[in-house]
Write a protein that binds this ligand. Structure first.
Ligand SMILES: C[S@@+](CC[C@H](N)C(=O)[O-])C[C@H]1O[C@@H](n2cnc3c(N)ncnc32)[C@H](O)[C@@H]1O
Length: 255
């Protein structure tokens, strides 16, 4: 299976139809406040995230922020407000239809301190040592070459810069039928790595103080309107009843 093509097609369809996974209910379950969601334009929240990275990033006025896999742009809009007119936000996504949606959402709220660039996060269209904070929300699990993504993060961060990402990781082996399912891959499950391997890859890329800031079991009730999640959910329990997938919020620093 050409996973990148599958991912592109899946998220192009999500962007075209505006029907992501589960919308506002799912977004509240992963940590967005009602105020954050109410202030966002309709269509910026497609329920595609598995956390709320800007809530952990302590963004300051004037900072430059890069969002990996910016999708419909919700986190970029939150970051743009937090860094103010003296700051700047760059969203990178490989799916043209998502970029179109994100740009329309930014125009709708008149956000002028941000831009969306088309590109792959394994090869970021961003200069070396130019970014204060990298954020990402439920994207790196979709990348086959995760070490390369983390090396790119280390390249673009300024010394002292920080990474705050939300992502899905594994806690136990997935059954074969999920491992080989394109549907489970694009639903942010089959491409996920074991938690320890994922954290080691961040450190191996040269980032330090890698810490899990929050860990939770994804709320499958919030995803019950999604037919893909309905099919997949019964396979996400280990024999001891624990969840085979976890949503983690991770921070790391560039020395
Ligand atoms: C699950 S959605 C998350 C979107 C957004 N971060 C959010 O929370 O709403 C994944 C997004 O990552 C993008 N994406 C996946 N793999 C990518 C890659 N290798 N390079 C750039 N974008 C990628 C997809 O096009 C899609 O917009």
């Amino acid at each position: 299976m050409d996973v990148k093509q599958e991912v592109k097609e899946r998220y192009a369809q999500v962007a075209r139809t505006g029907t992501g996974c589960c919308g506002e209910r799912a977004s509240q379950a992963v940590g967005y406040s009602q105020q954050e969601l109410a202030a966002a334009p309709q269509g910026a929240d497609l329920g595609l995230g598995c956390g709320n990275p800007t809530a952990f990033a302590c963004l300051k006025q004037g900072e430059t922020v890069l969002d990996l896999g910016s999708g419909p742009g919700l986190d970029c809009l939150l970051a743009a407000r937090a860094v103010g007119p003296a700051g700047y936000v760059i969203g990178v996504d490989m799916t043209a239809e998502m970029l179109e949606r994100a740009r329309a959402n930014a125009a709708q709220v008149g956000a002028a301190n941000l831009e969306f660039r088309q590109g792959e996060i394994e090869n970021l269209p961003v200069a070396d040592a130019s970014v204060d904070v990298v954020i990402s929300n439920c994207v790196i699990n979709l990348c086959p070459d995760k070490p390369r993504v983390f090396r790119e993060v280390a390249r673009v961060l300024k010394p002292g810069g920080r990474l705050h990402l939300s992502d899905i990781v594994l806690n136990g082996e997935l059954p074969q039928q999920l491992q080989q399912s394109a549907e489970a891959y694009t639903a942010c499950i089959a491409g996920a790595w074991q938690k320890a391997d994922y954290l080691r890859a961040i450190a191996d890329a040269g980032l330090s103080q890698v810490e899990v800031e929050r860990e939770m079991v994804p709320d499958m009730v919030a995803h019950q309107s999604d037919p893909i999640m309905q099919r997949v959910a019964p396979l996400l329990r280990n024999p001891d009843g624990s969840s085979r997938i976890l949503s983690i919020q991770v921070r790391a620093l560039k020395k």
